[in-house]
Design a protein around this ligand. Sequence first.
Ligand code: FAD
Length: 278
Amino acid sequence: MCKVPLSCEFFPTATPEGAEKLAAVRRELAYLQCEYYSVTYGAGGSTRDRTMNLVARLVAENGPPVMPHLTCVASSEADIRSLLDDYRALGIYRLMALRGDMPSGALENAGFTTAQQLVAYVRELWGNNARIFVAAYPEVHPRAHTPAADLQAFRDKVAAGATDAVTQYFYNVEAFLRFRDEALALGIDVPIVPGIMPISNFNQLSRFSDACGAEIPRWLRKRLEALQDDLPALCDYGADVVAGICERLIAEGVPALHFYSMNRADLIGELCKRLGWC
Ligand code: FAD
């Protein structure tokens, strides 16, 4: 079994068939004994009901505790308040508090404009016992003005009451370690948990990475490019690389690992086999 706590992210599905498939994925992943499951939220509330439905289902299943994500731009305070009240009524005490990205065509409203404001709001509403997670960016958020401003935004979120951070995924462990040192030097003392993205599709990963500012290092890009038409070989190679990253991070003393599951059990399963966790 893994020496550090694990957690998994799921996204809400659009159909009842999808929901049943995801339930099967969770059954397959039960051996991980996750510390919690997180559920993503669509920009501007586009998956509000679906996120809530999945959260409610996970709570009813009595599995690992559930952490909904919540984005605040393009949402009114009343909307956010009612969602937070509903989560509280379900016994939720962990939240991933995010700014989110403006959906195309949406107008900037007068409400929340940063994750820091949302963290402060949730802290006040939910009190001291809530675990409030925030996002962190070892390779710098793509829209941050400077790396220093990005770290400052992270520090502001912690000062506003965040208790934990999960990072954007990365394949450059040095970038993560440097970021962790810089955060510590700034007095940011919350656990910084690396987000781990399995590799299953070169084009999709390239698109995601361009959009979110995660770098695919040249050596990795070149190999994945060469393997892109041979999916089993690409997944095999990707699992070797990502398992190596997990091993190194654990050796470097990370407090936990968070898997971007992409609603699949097989990709994490391949990692766990290589790591001797199953
Ligand atoms: P903040 O902490 O407020 O900002 C982070 C940095 O980005 C700061 O440096 C800030 O200055 C800069 N920044 C952000 N937007 C702008 C802008 N418009 N102009 C200038 N600077 C800007 N998104 C979803 O929609 N749903 C999810 O469920 C979701 N889950 C996530 C989980 C994790 C672990 C991570 C790492 C990201 C997730 N995201 C999700 C993506 C996230 O919403 C975006 O990265 C968003 O752009 C920033 O959100 P934040 O909470 O980090 O913002």
